[in-house]
Design a protein around this ligand. Sequence first.
Ligand code: ATP
Length: 882
Amino acid sequence: MHYSQKSGEEVLGDLGSGRDGLDSAEVHERLLRYGPNVLETAEAVNPLVIFFDQFKSFIIYILLFAVVFSCIIGEYIDSILILAILLANALIGFFQELNAYRSLEALKKIAALHATVVRGGEKRVVDAADLVPGDVLVLTAGDKVPADARILESVRLKVEESALTGESVPAEKGSGVIAENVQIGEQVNMLFSTTSVVVGNCLAVVVGTGMETEIGKISALISGAVDELTPLQLRLHRFGKRLGAVILLVCLVVFSVLSIQAFFTGGLTGQTFVAFLFIAISLAVAAVPTALPAVVTIALSIGVKRLLKKKALVRKLSSVETLGSCDVICTDKTGTLTENRMTVRYGWTMDGEIELQGIGYEPVGDVKGEPVELLFKAGLLCNNAELHQRSGKWELIGDPTEGALLTSGGKLGLKGTDKRIDEIPFDSERKMMSVLLQDDQGQFSVFSKGAPGHLLKHCSSYYRSGEILPLDQEAMSQIENQNDLYAGQAMRVLAFAWKQKDATEPLDEEGLTFIGFQAMIDPPRQDVLPAIRTTSEAGIRVIMVTGDYQTTARAIGREIGIESEVCTGHEIDNMDDAALTSVLQSGINIFARVIPEHKQRIVTALQGMGHTVAMTGDGVNDAPALKKANIGIAVGSGTEVAKEASDIVLLDDSFSHIVSAIREGRGIYDNIQKSIMLLLSGNFGEVLIIFLAVMTGMNLPLTAILLLWINMVTDGAPALAFSVDPYGTDIMTRQPKDAKENILPLDKLVLIGVLGSIGTGFALFLFSLYGGANGDGEELKLGQTIVFNFVVLYEVVLVFVIRRDYRVPLFSNWWVWAAVVFSVVVQLVLMYTPLRDIFKISALDGRQLLLLGGSALCFYLLCRGYAVLQLFFMKRREATFT
Ligand code: ATP
């Protein structure tokens, strides 16, 4: 018989469990027996696949063809050399990429789901992967269901199961027995892995984990979020294709011109024809930035690791790029700007105020004044949180607001023993929660708590000195004034109400009696003030979007440096999109009493204004706004549903980590851009050297093997070293980049052109100076050796010119220096060992080396001169515009 056809107790019995859950020895034993609760995704990192991927490129195919061809025509040394270069290139790429993929894999593990279970009679939060059949789950709104389970008890439970059943309307669920064996969609007493709880809460026993769940049976469909190509990678693929076409054309031209020249001078033999073909192929290799895709993958993966250190867990790789252009952050207040460590400071009823002392969740602290017990009893009873003392520390499971109420009740020595009959759970739209209880004498009562404005709408009387009095205008304004007074001191105010009921009546929230307030402090985070200052220097606007009361929001805003008028959710309701846009344009930066739907409207309006918006969220209803935002950021303490909808999860909720993440995003983007610039300006220079030489009838300044060597061995290392470069000193003092900006904007393209042209000028000058342009034999060899070495030095100079352009401190990255030294040392080894003969180059003497060094220095100075000129004209242009 299926579990849905048995009672909860029978299922518990079948699984050898009980309402207190399993003990840890049993869990351990079952974990060994059933394995971890994970879905096996097919694509684990396979080193072999990564290695062979290194050879999957058009250029490599051509080179492999060249290897075979060289063998056929008897050029064995050339073919072995190309093969060795190919292998060296593949090995560098392989190790780097393997590393990158491994860290992305590790990331998936950290992003894993958590679940609340009852084990050995105590609630605890565990990794969802450690769940076993028989575990008792505690689920509330916003939780992802982590395994298949049979519901034991539930309160107004609704579950979204569209991934499994295709049904988008959340299904109502309960714990009753179903008589027949029905389809999944109709098993209303069962929960299925990967679905999510939208409303209510429940207790359920796990019946299936991992591949034994319903979704496990169709799990081939599940894929990891971090595997997709990012927009930048896609753009680079496209760019590579276009570049490839242009290069093919250039190579064709070079090949044709060489052949035609040889034909007319009578020098076209089979051997020269092959040599020209070889040159054309090498030129293609020189022009195509083969290292580019690997450099981007590596830079992104290193960035993801750096972000993780800054407590930002990247779920979608593309968000790393988007962060760089983020110019608006819409942030929650509670937990993100404040600490979310609530402590009740005051209790207030119409009889007066009491003050509570002590901090944290420890229920110890002096009470000044005469407390009205009903107020604090309401806080204890209308509550789903639990406080546990573990190794001397008080730990909270549940909502910090509710935790604070348990503590305040505890300070008065109260205990909530009433039996809960029913509950209307809290949700951020209604902003209140109610419970129906039965006390020890059998008496029924309703207790409610919530945002004062919302709860008071349900009250018709108030409580004073044991009496219930009608809630008239005068009492109402006294209550409202008190609320404003607390809120003005940046306190979170919760109102409490209650009523007695007859046994037969269901839970309702009408005609309640207002009891009073509990006002709690939630101090702003220490690191928020400097972070807000940083955002304003970085041209990023910060908007507080909170469910809290407007006065509280404004007071907190004042403390942390977000000063503005407040717009409320109610006002947004009365605005059309155009009006909301003009409110945002007018510079309002605090939105209070909003519900998740407002968040979505705010994001849409900001995006309509051309902004790139980061939005934080935690609740189950925040998912649409998180998805809509350019960067959806879920806070670590938020619901699993919010996390799943987000691009980034903040491991600790602080706002300052969003700012750090933006800094990283900008830096990673810079590093990728730098690598691309380096590779392209290097390649552009080399192609121009060959192209101009061929067009002007000079000898070839570089042989095919030398071109291959430069491109496959020496120029990749500095580009890779850029991916661990620290960020420029102006990284957070410049404006965000335009989201539509090309990876290489016009000024960078011009820079590539200028650098390449100056470098080519130098190379061809040196080539002619040593007689390589028209000479032959030793003269040509010497000229080619000079150009070969100059091109390597030219790339070294580019490294420094480009880093300087991005204001990276000179001695901040030893990898760059190591890469540069590597390039130079390798050149020396080639020249002064027998390898010289294989590469067909000569050993330069001291004077020639000096001249090379001097040329490189002049090249550097010219580039700097150009940069200074460029800056001067940019400033003049800015001055003309302003
Ligand atoms: P933010 O959106 O900045 O995180 P918030 O936490 O105040 O702010 P919500 O969680 O939507 O936003 O809460 C809105 C209001 O609902 C709160 O200001 C409070 O008055 C009330 N409230 C919060 N938690 C509870 C709860 N557990 N039970 C009843 N009312 C609550």
